[in-house]
Design a protein around this ligand. Structure first.
Ligand SMILES: [Zn+2]
Length: 119
């Protein structure tokens, strides 16, 4: 499990070929945000902004990206949010609890329908 990681923000005209660790590169010109995977595996993550996939918010000091970044194509399979220049891991526990909650709701609905099937 990765730890939260603070990135340095760097606005550039074009994203360099060689990225540095812990730097979030933002190219408004090319609608692109790039960084190296927050787990430290060194793989490059490009998040294009001119698709419907990611939205960038900039508050004058830091950026946030929506939605989360799931590097499931990488061996590390790291999943995190970038919020205010910080990569925050999406905890698998949270996902598990969400799944569990959905299951409970589903079984409740099922039982509810059964109980009130005479209506
Ligand atoms: Zn990684």
């Amino acid at each position: 499990m990765m730890k939260a990681k603070l990135f340095k923000l760097q606005f550039v005209d074009s994203i360099p070929h060689q990225l540095e660790e812990d730097v979030l590169y933002v190219s408004i010109l090319h609608n692109m945000v790039s960084h190296l995977c927050a787990c430290g595996c060194g793989r490059r993550v490009d998040t294009p902004l001119d698709t419907d996939e990611w939205k960038l918010t900039y508050d004058g000091e830091s950026i946030s990206l929506q939605p989360s970044i799931g590097n499931y194509d990488f061996p590390c399979k790291t999943h995190y949010w970038i919020k205010n220049n910080i990569a925050v891991p999406v905890s698998s526990r949270k996902q598990y609890q969400k799944k569990k909650k959905n299951k409970i709701i589903k079984s409740f609905e099922k039982n509810f329908k059964k109980l009130f099937s005479f209506l």
